[in-house]
Design a protein around this ligand. Structure first.
Ligand code: UN1
Length: 486
């Protein structure tokens, strides 16, 4: 259903307006979706608010059974969802299958939490008194998600929110609305009651803004650009609204002189050009120790020049298109900036041919750590080789950006690997693997401008979607006073 989903019904925007979903590999319109505004958001939030009391009282294991069913439906439809995702978002089929798999994993994982949702039990300092802390849902959750992981990232937000007893208003990216519909159809079919999950399509500026600012929304969980995240945080501060932000990255792969260069090149190609560089975990910097630079560059260049651009549905394609024309212009602008800064363009640097929003995999060499292409998130298939002399310098350069999501280091030296793990200041660290490929049952997120201190995935997600309630039960039958000397 290419519509909004509010209070268990598929509906158009109240204004009757629509916007197109476009296949980025062909430029053609594949669907029209409701262009929602504050009035639609109001209805969705009201439905979520009404549904909250009965959902929070539904036993968590029962909520888990519904999520388990949703996981099964995702699994059954994995192939068809992956194809639809390639059509709407552009990345190659192997990756869209992975995206759906990540949603399956998260859904099953959170279904299991229905029989756990661990709290804390500790002894009381007083006799005949019990103390424990349990997790309460926060209320109506706004899930505002990006287009680069159209099923996986919504699942990171919606599944922990639902298992914890929250109700949700979901605003998927306006570039990937059909996958948002598919996710909600599955939740509906799995038995999520009316009002518990609601879907509102539209732009971030109008629908997203209205949702994030709605006074009845208790928590905003947002993944997207740092600029948009900052605005959400500023707006939410006045209302003391809970906000969980997952924002940009400027991730690096550190290649030390002793590294297995073929293995490193595998990791670089996958992390820099997979998803056409459109991951917040993408490797847009290669910080290489000088003795390794020449051989690494040669091998990387040879591999990169073999990559085939094309429609992600074609099995021979390695790299799909960028999501839209605006992104392509922005990537091209960064290539221009890199040239002006004096970096050496080794390969790529041009839009691909055809009607889609293709861009050639691009490598810059001799990049200085302070250049804009080494500091700013490009979100495209562009990576920059930065030569350094030592591990210490590599770590220092790595840590010195406005972001702090993911770092990888290639070395066989266990001492260096452990020093790097100690000193790298990003939320994710990989040893002898690229910067992408986080698993859903561990904390995911980053330091500095990558977020606001929260993590998705694992138990950490539950800390975002619940609030602690501590209960003290005095069964002594007399007044007992904590902390007071008798
Ligand atoms: C993102 O790019 O926003 O580790 C998320 C990874 C994926 C998730 C990426 N599992 O790259």
């Amino acid at each position: 259903m290419n519509k909004n989903y509010i209070d268990g019904k598929w509906v158009d925007a109240l204004s009757g307006q629509t916007f197109p979903s476009i296949n980025p590999a062909t430029g053609s319109v594949i669907a029209e979706l409701p262009k929602s505004d504050a009035a639609d958001v109001d209805r969705a939030v009201a439905a979520a608010e009404r549904a909250f009391d009965s959902w929070r009282k539904t036993p968590a294991p029962k909520r888990g059974e519904i999520l388990f069913k949703a996981g099964q439906l995702l699994l059954e439809r994995k192939e068809q969802l992956a194809r639809k995702m390639t059509e709407e978002m552009g990345k190659v089929l192997a990756e869209t299958r992975g995206d759906v798999q990540e949603a399956i994993d998260m859904t099953y994982y959170m279904a299991g939490e229905g029989r756990r949702l661990l709290g804390e039990v500790r002894p009381s300092e007083l006799q005949d008194k019990a103390c424990f802390a349990m997790r309460d849902p926060v209320g109506v959750v706004a899930a505002i998600t990006p287009w680069n992981f159209p099923m996986a990232i919504p699942s990171w937000k919606i599944m922990p929110a639902l298992i914890a007893g929250n109700t949700v208003v979901f605003k998927p990216a306006s570039d990937t609305p059909l996958l948002g519909c598919a996710m909600v159809e599955i939740l509906e079919e799995a038995g999520v009651p009316a009002g518990v999950i609601n879907l509102v399509h539209g732009s971030g500026d109008v629908a997203g803004h209205a949702l994030a600012n709605h006074p009845k929304v208790s928590l905003v969980s947002f993944t997207g650009s740092t600029a948009a995240g900052r605005n959400i945080a500023v707006d939410a501060a006045g209302a003391l609204k809970r906000v969980s932000l997952e924002l940009g990255g400027k991730n690096a792969i550190l290649v030390l002189e002793d590294a297995d260069l073929d293995l490193a090149v595998d990791g670089i190609v996958w992390s820099a050009f997979g998803t056409t560089g459109q991951r917040c975990t993408a490797a847009s910097r290669i910080i290489a120790q000088r003795p390794a630079v020449e051989a690494l560059t040669e091998k990387l260049l040879a591999r990169t020049e073999k990559l085939r651009l094309g429609n992600g549905l074609d099995p021979s394609t390695d790299v799909g298109p960028l999501i839209n024309q605006a992104r392509r212009e922005s990537v091209h602008e960064y290539v221009h900036v890199g040239r002006q800064e004096g970096a050496q363009l080794l390969t790529g640097g041009e839009p691909g041919s055809g009607a889609g929003f293709f861009y050639e995999p691009t490598i810059f060499a001799n990049v200085g750590p302070e250049m804009r292409i080494a500091q700013e998130e490009i979100f495209g298939p562009v990576t920059a080789i930065i030569p350094v002399t030592s591990l210490e310098q590599a770590v220092q350069v790595n840590n010195h950006t406005a972001y702090g999501l993911s770092t990888s280091i290639y070395t066989h030296d266990v001492q260096k690997a452990f020093r790097a793990m100690r000193d790298i200041s990003t939320g994710l660290v990989y040893i002898n693997a690229g910067t992408i490929g986080a698993e859903i049952h561990f904390p995911f997120g980053g330091t500095r401008g990558t977020g606001n201190g929260h993590r998705e995935g694992g138990d950490a997600a539950l800390d975002v979607f619940t609030e602690w309630k501590t209960c003290y039960v005095d069964y002594s039958g007399r007044l007992q006073k904590a902390q007071i000397d008798v």
